[in-house]
Design a protein around this ligand. Structure first.
Ligand code: TXA
Ligand code: MG
Length: 342
């Protein structure tokens, strides 16, 4: 299959979306930018489109998709009820990087929810994503547009690298601002529960909701046989080919550990301007601020593979700062929970 790669800028008119919208109406799939990561979009009401999404990504069948809408009003078709707390969250964070899980309406096919009676809904803030939803006239189911298990794509080129020949169309809308996937919160439980941290932070959620539980799987590996609240938690994720090892401790100890490690193609991922004392090549992935780290995280992990790294030691963000939860959650999974204390 030929993959078209088309640049669209946020100032372009709706006529730019004609080809992509036509494909979506034909239940084909399209790579689209959002403010978090690129998504692989398809008509959420079509089993055929959903099947194509799963096939293109090689996604496990039991992992449900997020449905994207362009306005809050569109949620009423997707869920059986919109509770007051959902309205409050939408008011505070939509459009934006927050996904809410609610009991689904009969209109949502079980193929989207992988058989669950709940559906994940998000209204992205990226103008291109919202224009595409409007132009296609249906809500768009969209997982991250990577091959399952790989780091999520934050540039159109990442989507092309993973899915060329497997999907007909990719919109290049530039680099994603946030860089990590949306915060996922379930409102289908008695107390709202954070299932996946993102850049709508835990403290921001608590400001609106008061009490918020945090699922154990956010920072811990699943215990054998443990039941998951979100199927996505089960799978190895965000992994480049290079082995990722997280190194927790003071900077000088990090440097000493990495410099004394014997091996080939050894790399480090560090905070900005920390490279001077290192004897190995390195990638800077941001200041200690969570926004800069999340922005560069997946691109840096993909860069390691381009460089042919065998192993990469990564500086560990401050775990006492809840704003870092999203970056820590992704790094821990990329590393298969391998953490060395120095
Ligand atoms: O930022 C994002 O959320 C991106 C962009 C494209 O919007 N999308 C994304 O989708 O990250 P995906 O499929 O890679 O991750 C969706 C996560 C998975 O971990 C999945 O298990 C969980 O949401 N999920 C979806 N529906 C669910 C449901 N009904 N109950 C529990 N978890 C659900
Ligand atoms: Mg994903």
């Amino acid at each position: 299959m030929k993959t078209e790669f088309v640049k669209i800028s946020v100032t372009d008119g709706i006529e730019k979306y004609t080809d992509a919208a036509k494909l979506l109406k034909e239940n084909q799939v399209v790579g689209m930018p959002t403010e978090t990561v690129y998504g692989l979009a398809g008509n959420a009401y079509s089993d055929e489109a959903v099947k194509r999404i799963f096939e293109a990504k090689g996604r496990p069948q039991d992992n449900p998709l997020i449905v994207h809408i362009s306005e809050l009003s569109e949620i009423y078709d997707l869920v059986s009820e919109v509770p007051e707390i959902a309205k409050k969250l939408a008011d505070a964070f939509w459009p934006g990087p927050l996904t809410m899980i609610l009991p689904k309406s009969p209109k949502v096919p079980l193929s989207v929810t992988a058989g669950l009676d709940t559906v994940a809904v998000r209204c992205p803030s990226h103008p291109i994503a919202r224009n595409l939803i409007k132009a296609s006239g249906v809500p768009l189911a969209a997982p991250s547009a990577n091959i399952s298990g790989k780091p999520s794509p934050t540039k159109a080129q990442h989507v092309y690298d993973d899915l060329k020949g497997r999907i007909p169309y990719i919109i290049d809308g530039g680099e994603c601002l946030e860089g990590v996937e949306s915060t996922v919160i379930t409102l289908a439980t008695n107390t709202p529960k954070l299932l996946r941290p993102g850049n709508v932070t835990l403290s921001q959620l608590k400001c609106v909701l008061g009490e918020v539980q945090v699922d154990d799987a956010v920072l811990n590996p699943l215990k054998k046989g443990e039941k998951v609240s979100s199927p996505g938690m089960k799978y190895k994720h965000y992994s480049p080919v290079a082995e990722i090892v997280l190194v927790r401790g003071e900077y000088d100890n990090f440097v000493e550990y990495v410099n004394s490690y014997r091996g080939e193609k050894v790399y480090a991922m560090i905070f900005d301007n920390e490279g001077e004392k290192l004897n190995v090549p390195y990638i800077e992935y941001g200041t200690k601020d969570y926004k800069t780290l999340s922005h560069s995280l997946f691109d840096s992990l993909r860069e390691l593979d381009k460089l042919g790294a065998n192993i990469c030691f990564v500086r560990y963000p401050d775990e006492n700062n809840d704003d870092n939860l999203a970056v820590l959650n992704r790094l821990l999974r990329a590393a298969g929970f391998k953490v060395i204390d120095v």
